[in-house]
Design a protein around this ligand. Structure first.
Ligand SMILES: [Zn+2]
Ligand SMILES: [Zn+2]
Length: 180
């Protein structure tokens, strides 16, 4: 997952990658946390456009992950399909605060490269990480688990919540309507 600057002929290059989990150490570490699971390959389609020393990268990623719903705690598969773009800029030479420059560049959506070689592993991993939802929900309308009895309210119902509601309404009904 590295491209040499000289390979971007005529200022443009299209590139596809099919990556495994072994390509992305940070993802490997995440696997298993909160039951997160990855189903490689991770597919990337990239289009690189060079203008001078700057290289614009437009890409799409496709991946499938297994997540745990934050409401009903069930596992579900989520296909990820994201578009992204970032820009490679040359690492400033003879810079004493290299790390600071890199951090500042990252804030601007810039990725530094050195020695005319574009390293794609880091930025692609970052795109995958950003594509994973922070608060996963199996469905926006997931009803979750009953806090009383733990039943999954998506597939069945229980009386825990209904009872107090019903009795309240019953009392109201008794109060207001019996008189009329
Ligand atoms: Zn759910
Ligand atoms: Zn219940």
């Amino acid at each position: 997952m590295r491209i040499e600057l000289k390979d971007i002929k005529a200022g443009e290059l299209e590139q596809e990658y099919s990556c495994s989990l072994a390509d992305f150490p940070d993802l490997q570490e995440l696997a298993g946390v909160d039951d997160l699971k990855f189903y490689p390959p991770f597919e990337f389609k990239l289009r690189l456009q060079r203008s001078g020393k700057f290289i614009e990268v437009d890409g799409q990623l496709h991946a499938v992950v297994r997540l745990k719903c934050g409401r009903c705690l069930h596992h579900y598969r989520l296909p990820l399909a994201e578009s992204f773009s970032f820009t490679f800029v040359p690492q400033p030479e003879s810079c004493e605060t290299e790390e600071e420059v890199e951090l500042a560049a990252a804030d601007l959506g810039l990725t530094c490269y050195q020695d005319d070689v574009l390293e794609l592993q880091e930025p692609l991993q970052e795109q995958l990480l950003m594509a994973i939802p922070i608060s996963p929900l199996c469905d926006v309308s997931c009803r979750g688990l009953c806090p009383e009895c733990g039943v999954n309210l998506n597939v069945s119902s229980c009386e825990c919540v209904k009872k107090p509601f019903n009795s309240k309404f019953n009392i109201l009904a008794d109060m207001n309507f019996k008189k009329t």
